[in-house]
Design a protein around this ligand. Sequence first.
Ligand code: SAH
Length: 352
Amino acid sequence: MHLADLDVAQRREAVVGLGLPAFRADQVSRHWFGRLDADPDSWTDLTSTDRDLIAEALLPHLLTPMRELACDDGATIKTLWRLHDGSRVESVLMGYRDRVTLCVSSQAGCGMNCPFCATGQAGLTRNMSTAEIVEQVVAGSRIVRHGDFPGRRDRVSNVVFMGMGEPLANYRAVMGAIRRLVDPVPAGLGMSARAITVSTVGLVPRIRDLAHEGLPLRLAISLHAPDDELRDTLVPINTRYPISEVLDAAWEYERETGRRVSIEYALIRGINDQEWRAERLGLLLRGHRVHVNLIPLNPTPGSAWTASDPRDERAFVAALERARVPVTVRDTRGREIDGACGQLAAEDSDVR
Ligand code: SAH
């Protein structure tokens, strides 16, 4: 158990359980969530005995950085973390002119088995805890604040659940983390829910749950094909939740939250990048407030697949534009450090 696993009431309860007055929990929250200061030795408004008690009980060491790789002149940083049980996860920090985005992991590995994704190849190791997810964000903000990170921001402004794992397959811990991110300081980090993106293969019941959380999160659906025949092979869970059901749930999300849903589509050369598929995608999305994010496939080791020919990519974009579907092509930040979409593998990298 870690401070970040607990809401305000639970933190007070835990502190009282240690024989300390409840307001100690609020002091600690101000340091940890408000000032991003996770070093109890610097919390000088608590006695050193109280600090030790609290650190011992509520601040177990969760994430150990094993490796840090930077590119884009330091504006993209990938960190490989070791968790307390030896599992490995990665997160990627990306600085832009107007925001700092952290791509976080929600599971060590992933059980969804999408054949084009590096994380999917090794299978699922385990779910991450709420605090392990939140700690990635706090650690990212510390780099932005104290490192020589370019730009004027002093903390992470956006979080995308697009690292390792399927966030909606770890729903409870992920929702706990999201609450910690959006709760106002000192209960949480005080981020805007609109700046948090949950990306999913399309776990229909959980999308419907998310629609009723009362938070204007951004939802991204990893579609990758407009027809079930192809999607069954690219996103295997499609055999359980086919495209029509996934999109129905997405439209419910759109209705409930008023938010425009993002459709993720990795363009794979000769597999899903035909113009007719773009037209069919346009028909599926017509009449909804959506945004299509095309991701040039980032090739992963051992796979024969690669990104589309630029001409095919342009034709795909043009077909969607003709259907009046807003579309952009995602940049491939972090590609040279294996930090781009689908490249996070966390394999034995600490020994290299
Ligand atoms: N499990 C979630 C989030 C993780 S991946 C999901 O599937 O949405 C975030 C996005 O990167 C997903 O759209 C995923 O399909 C995509 N992706 C995975 N591997 C990729 C690759 N090799 N190249 C480009 N995009 C990839």
